[in-house]
Structures are given as structure tokens and as C-alpha cells.
Design a protein around this ligand. Sequence first.
Ligand SMILES: *Cc1c(COP(=O)(O)O)cnc(C)c1O
Length: 230
Amino acid sequence: MNAIATRLESVRQHIQNAAIKYGRLDRGIQLLAVSKTRPAEDIRSALEAGQRCFGESYLQEAIEKIQQLSDMPAEWHFIGRIQSNKTKTIAEHFDWVHGLCSLKHAQRLNDQRPGNLPPLNVCLQVNLSQERSKAGVAPEEVAALVHLIHSLPRLQLQGFMTLPAPAETLKQQRHPFQRLRELRDKIKTKELPLETLSMGMSADLEAAIAEGATIVRVGTAIFGPRNIQK
Ligand SMILES: *Cc1c(COP(=O)(O)O)cnc(C)c1O
């Protein structure tokens, strides 16, 4: 096995162990391999090792890789900051968007989603206290926005994403993830179950699984340290 296949296997094992530990075997926990800054060959290695979903943050490099790997059955998730002048490119090339933060961007993505593609899966990014980036919607604004986004026919609102500030202990790491889960439980309805909780990265994977993550976004633990800082 190459290094990526080996690390991928160990991340899968880590997820499986956490799922057992926290009684999460009933529901799937999807691994999103965060491939930002990595060359297409690394993504190809991961695909060959059975990984299917990839997260990208920088649009231009993402589009190049998506085109280079168009022969492979990859699913592409945009996890970077959305800029208004880039929504069309995102709507045309991605299957999921995790960092949706405004109604304006939701409307643009809805209007620009090509008719031959299925609705674009989106997660609303929620800004819980002490978030490292200022991106995300304040918790008290989430419910109203959920209902507006739900009415857009070319978007499929799957749930929520969060990106908390790094924290040291498992207990500290769990806190924002717990708040996101509780917020979701308060807002969800039968017709809008908001099942996705996109939370947890290499360093706080276990805390996120403990609190109900359904998608974990893992880069470093699969591909090694990133040397390109953007
Ligand atoms: C880079 C990134 C990740 C992955 O972080 P790692 O620490 O490499 O696992 C996850 N989510 C988002 C939004 C990112 O930008």
C-alpha cells in the first residue's frame, strides 16, 4: 500500500473505533477527504483506495483537478469561502457546498445550478462562539434562513456545518459540536430532517463523532501535512 492508502485505512479505523465507543454504529459517518492544495495524483491514489468524496477550498485549483479526474467516480464538495462572483463556477462543478452563509449566495447558487444536474446539496455554516474564522450564520438567525433556503428548488438543504476554533481537550472540543446538534434538533421537522452535521477535522474527529457528526472533513490525517499555506 502507498502512504495515502495506509493513512486512509487508519483514519477509517479511527472513525470506526469512535463510532463503536459512542454508540454511533446505527448511522453512517461519511469521510470527506479534504484534498485542497494536493496534486491530482494524490486524489487518484485515494480514489484507488476506495475513497469517493473530496473537499476543496480553492476554486481554481479545484476545477483543474476535477477536470483531470473526470474519468474517476469522485464526488466533489466545496468547503471554502463562497464569493459572489464565483457562485456560478461552484454551481456548475460541485455536488455539495458546505460553507453556505447567506441567502444571497443561496439564491445565486439556486439560479445558477445547471438544469441537467440534480439539486445542489448544501449545508448552512453556523458560527458558534469563538469560531476561528468569522464565517457562518449566528445561531439565532439559522431558523429563518433554513426556511428560506428550503424554498429554493435547485438546492437541497442537507443540514449544518461548523468549523470551531482549535481546542485542547476532548470536552472543550465537544462543546460547539454539541451546540450545533442541539440547534439542529430544535429546528428540524419531519419534512426537513436536516440530517447532515458536517463537523470534525483531523484534530477533533472523535469529539465530532461523539456529538453526532455525519460527515467528517479530514485532510492532514489522510494526505500528510500541508506545506502550501494559503
Ligand atoms: C482544511 C479544512 C479541513 C481539513 O483540515 P485538516 O486539519 O487537514 O484535517 C476541514 N474543513 C475545512 C473547512 C477546511 O478548510
